[in-house]
Design a protein around this ligand. Structure first.
Ligand SMILES: [Zn+2]
Length: 287
């Protein structure tokens, strides 16, 4: 089943009051699964019709992650600890404050330690009318079978985006510019600036639109690096590993600075006549 169909099925089960109190989602993409589950929680609790752009108080607070009736847990270090799940048990000992249901997400449910698993098992054994649990994992074998047996099980499988989609370029542009750009990005790690001047001459001979494509590609590569650090994305994406490795710094401040610099250069480049001057400016301002 596609994720869209699963979402609809679950939302419908709530409107027909035939819903389970616990769901276990097996997925190959935790981050996207969390988005889909959050969307289920939003639709199920919405005060209006659950439409995408609904601006009711419940939808807004769920989107802003400020809804008091939604708790989301992920591993604190290597595991999900007992005191973390106790927060769910304590906070949900009374009725939901503003929503129809009290919802909890356990992200990386296979990472619950023994203490946490046993607490949650007890909690699942005494289901309360309006508490709903969403367990998310990429490793079903790590879930206590007794927990698993109390959940409705679904698989959320997401296709992996192609490298062209990730880099935001066409296959043709990829063939034309990718290796050249990777080389340039590699040089930009630590090549002395005076040596880069030879490159700027070479690049300046290209068409304006080609230069823009290269600059945009470098920027996109840095955004991918940024997301890999801050959102832990792309770990399973083999095609993109070269990009992640070629940008050597892991310093978020430097990465953001470079993305902003590229942004400015790309914008100014559109109106400036002298191509070489602008590429030199990029290299000289590069930190
Ligand atoms: Zn709403």
């Amino acid at each position: 089943m596609k994720s869209e169909e699963i979402k609809n099925l679950i939302v419908r089960s709530f409107s027909e009051k035939k819903n389970s109190h616990a769901f276990l989602f097996f997925t190959n993409n935790i981050a996207r699964c969390v988005q889909d589950v959050t969307e289920i929680i939003r639709q199920v609790n919405c005060l209006k019709d659950g439409s995408v752009d609904c601006d009711c108080n419940i939808c807004n607070t769920i989107r802003q992650e400020t809804n008091p009736d939604v708790i989301s847990l992920s591993p604190d270090g290597k595991e999900i600890k007992t005191n973390q799940v106790l927060e769910i048990i304590h906070r949900f000992s009374s009725k939901p404050l503003i929503s129809k249901y009290s919802s909890y997400l356990i992200i990386g449910a296979d990472k619950m330690n023994d203490g946490a698993s046993n607490k949650m098992l007890k909690f699942l054994e005494e289901p309360e009318g309006n508490i709903v649990g969403f367990y998310i994992t990429d490793r079903v074998s790590g879930i206590l079978p007794t927990i698993k047996s109390r959940c409705e099980l679904y698989t959320f499988n997401y296709g992996i985006d192609s490298i062209y989609d990730l880099l935001n370029i066409t296959e043709e542009d990829y063939q034309s510019f990718y290796s050249e750009t990777i080389n340039l990005v590699s040089k930009l790690n630590n090549t002395p600036k005076f040596l880069l001047m030879a490159d700027s001459k070479k690049i300046a001979q290209k068409e304006r639109v080609e230069i823009e494509k290269i600059l945009n590609l470098i920027k996109r590569m840095y955004i991918i690096k940024y997301e890999s650090i801050t959102l832990e994305k792309y770990v399973d994406h083999e095609d993109i590993q070269e990009v992640l490795e070629v940008i050597m710094t892991k310093d978020i401040k430097i990465i953001v600075k470079r993305i902003n610099l590229l942004d400015n250069i790309i914008n100014e480049f559109k109106t400036n006549v002298n191509k070489e001057l602008f590429i030199n400016k990029l290299f000289l301002s590069w930190e």
